[in-house]
Design a protein around this ligand. Structure first.
Ligand code: PEP
Length: 250
C-alpha cells in the first residue's frame, strides 16, 4: 500500500511573516487522522525557519531545487548537504519551470537526482510534456525520455528512495487540469516503464500528479489507481485549500 503524499510548492512567493503564517495555519488545520503524508517546499531562504516550525510535527520539509555539485565555487547555488543541514527530507528535481526557464537538461536533472540521494534526500523527479508535445502525440515519448535519463544514471533501484511527479506543463499554473483519465493514463505508463525493470519498485514508487490541483478536483484525481497524491503549486499558498487537498488524499 503506497502512502499518499501531498506536496506544496510555494515557488517564489511570500515573505518571512507570510510563510510563517502559512505554516502555522496549515499545522492548525491538518488532522492526525488523515493518512496522507504532507510536505512543503518554501523558498530557500525560509527553509530554516520553516524547518524549526515543523520540528516535532509529521509535516516534511522539501526544497525546490538543488545544486548538482557537492561543494565549491558555484555562486548562487545550494548543495544537498546544506538542504539536509536545515532539515530537508525532500527536494524537487526537474520541475518544468527549472527545465524551461533555467535551461535544465535531462542530463542535469539526472545529476541533481544523484546529488540529492547522495545526501539522503528523497528527490521528487518532475516529468511532463508541453501542450505542443501532447498535441503532437508525443506525451509518452517525452515523459519516458525524462524518466530514462535518470534511470540511465541511477538505475531503477534508486526509485526505491524517490518520488515521481507527473506534471503536464500545460496544466501548471494555468487552471487547466488534466482529467483524471488523462493523468491516470500517463501514471500507468510511467509505472509500466518502471515495472519492466523492477516490478516490486514499480508497485511501491509514489507517482504524484501536479498541474492546477485544487480542493475541487483533488478527490477525483487522487481516486485514480496510479495517482498517489499531488504536487500542488498555487493552491498550496492558501492553507485552508491546501488542507482540504491533503484531506482528499485520504
Ligand atoms: C507546480 O508548481 O508544481 C504546480 C503544479 O503548480 P500549480 O498547482 O499552480 O499548477
Amino acid at each position: 500500500m503506497r502512502k499518499p503524499l501531498v506536496a506544496g510548492n510555494w515557488k517564489m512567493h511570500g515573505s518571512r511573516a507570510e510563510n510563517a503564517n502559512l505554516v502555522q495555519t496549515l499545522l492548525d488545520l491538518l488532522k492526525p487522522e488523515w493518512s496522507a503524508e504532507v510536505m512543503v517546499c518554501p523558498p530557500f531562504v525560509y527553509l530554516w525557519e520553516t524547518g524549526r516550525m515543523l520540528k516535532d510535527t509529521d509535516v516534511a520539509l522539501g526544497a525546490q531545487s538543488i545544486c548538482a555539485e557537492a561543494v565549491g565555487a558555484f555562486t548562487g547555488e545550494v548543495s544537498g548537504a546544506m538542504l539536509r543541514d536545515v532539515g530537508c527530507g525532500y527536494v524537487l528535481v526537474g520541475h518544468s519551470e527549472r527545465r524551461q526557464l533555467y535551461g535544465e537538461t535531462d542530463a542535469l536533472v539526472a545529476r541533481k537526482f544523484v546529488a540529492a540521494q547522495a545526501q539522503g534526500l528523497l528527490p521528487v523527479l518532475c516529468v511532463g510534456e508541453t501542450l505542443e508535445e501532447r498535441e503532437a502525440g508525443r506525451t509518452t515519448e517525452v515523459v519516458a525520455r525524462q524518466l530514462e535519463a535518470v534511470l540511465a544514471v541511477s538505475g531503477v533501484g534508486a526509485l526505491a528512495k524517490a518520488v515521481i511527479a507527473y506534471e503536464p506543463v500545460w496544466a501548471i499554473g494555468t487552471g487547466r487540469t488534466a482529467s483524471p483519465e488523462q493523468a491516470q493514463d500517463v501514471h500507468a505508463m510511467i509505472r509500466a516503464k518502471v515495472a519492466a525493470l523492477d516490478a516490486t519498485i514499480a508497485a511501491s514508487v509514489r507517482i504524484l500528479y501536479g498541474g492546477s490541483v485544487k480542493a475541487s478536483n483533488a478527490r477525483e484525481l487522487f481516486a485514480m489507481a496510479d495517482i498517489d497524491g499531488g504536487l500542488v503549486g498555487g493552491a498550496s499558498l492558501k492553507a485552508e485549500e491546501f488542507a482540504q487537498i491533503c484531506a482528499a488524499a485520504g
